[in-house]
Design a protein around this ligand. Sequence first.
Ligand SMILES: [Zn+2]
Ligand SMILES: [Zn+2]
Length: 159
Amino acid sequence: MAVSHPKISPAPSGELVEEMEAFRGFLRERGYRVTKEREAIAKSILRNRDHFDVDELFLSLRNKTPISKASIYRAIPLLIESGLLAEVYLENGHMHYERVYGREHHSHLRCLKCHSIFEFSAPELTGLEKRICRQEGFKSQGHKFEIWGICSVCQTENN
Ligand SMILES: [Zn+2]
Ligand SMILES: [Zn+2]
């Protein structure tokens, strides 16, 4: 099975301008206000290509812009609806998110021991999605595939 690993790297600043424009456009279209707070949350999220939960985001924002956790929780559904952010996985009751705008679709391997997340793409999964949808007469809007377990580094460590 061919597995490739998309790179996680910081967003180039030009791309961020495009994403912020998309977010502002979405807010205006829906009649939501474009506030400084929403923009600060969006910028901080979009600068981050990694997988994160609200606590991590709150801590990273705290030094720069004082924004409450409640505001972050309110902004996240807007970012998801606008197509810039996606829910990835649930760990200890905390949803983890990642930015998706302009990124290749990928799946995740999650280590239960060191909590690392590894990304991979496998065209076979898209083939499987298509075949199942054809059989069931289902119109897909996406799929999620996640493997959780112990990564190769953790397997070599004793205990
Ligand atoms: Zn591990
Ligand atoms: Zn990912």
